[in-house]
Design a protein around this ligand. Sequence first.
Ligand code: NAI
Length: 246
Amino acid sequence: MLLKDKVAIVTGGARGIGRETALVFARAGAKVVVADFDKEAGEKTAGDINTSGGQAIFRQVDVTDRDNVQAMVDETKERFGQIDILVNNAGITADAMLLKMTEAQWDRVIGVNLKGVFNCTQLVVPAMVEQGGGVILNASSVVGLYGNIGQTNYAATKSGVIGMTKSWAKELGRKGIRVNAVAPGFIISDMTAKVPEKLLGVMKEKTALNRLGEVQDIAHTYLFLASDYASYITGQVLGVDGGLVV
Ligand code: NAI
């Protein structure tokens, strides 16, 4: 029960890594807010937690919309009285080679992966400051560290997340708030289902552990970083990529 009595918001908690993180956090004793714009999948995740003895609510939110996010934050405080953990996990891709990338593709990815993280953090932090502490976890990527063909927009956001993580760690440390990022390798989810099988095979070959990642690999990392076992860790980017060398 590493997160006993903690309240956690997981954005993009309906599916993939976010869903698994919500399930793992709930099993560790946290009350979880599944914040996602996918109503059906989000309600399922929250429902699965509640039927297996945990505590969760679903809130439909588009992280690019500040009013949406503020309403979700207010409802979380009303329902659970506090916010201890924010996992900025919601993210999208809209891949194209540089010369073919449209402005709309650029704006969409920047909106969710970068502004969404800014929105959620800025609107959650006042509650954490009031409480005297909290944990913020951000989804970066190996792509943010090394770049990737066809992912100008995505790479910009995932590098940007690292910059925000390090800045917030410095700004918020004295308020008792730890801020870290996780940089997953290639993890099996709806997002990587769009990646050609051949490329995933190449990535597996380049991975020391010779397998793609599972959503549990990332969820368990978030659990560690959210827990008191990580109480002296802030401003870090933890690579969880099976030893991928790109
Ligand atoms: P996914 O596509 O399976 O799930 C993403 C979730 O975010 C979905 O439930 C979706 O509805 C939600 N979402 C998207 N836009 C949203 C918005 N505007 N507002 C609220 N919710 C929104 O993706 P996956 O693979 O689980 O990835 C989760 C995070 O991990 C993302 O930030 C991704 O960039 C990052 N990541 C994933 C990797 C992978 O290989 N799967 C590798 C590195 C990073």
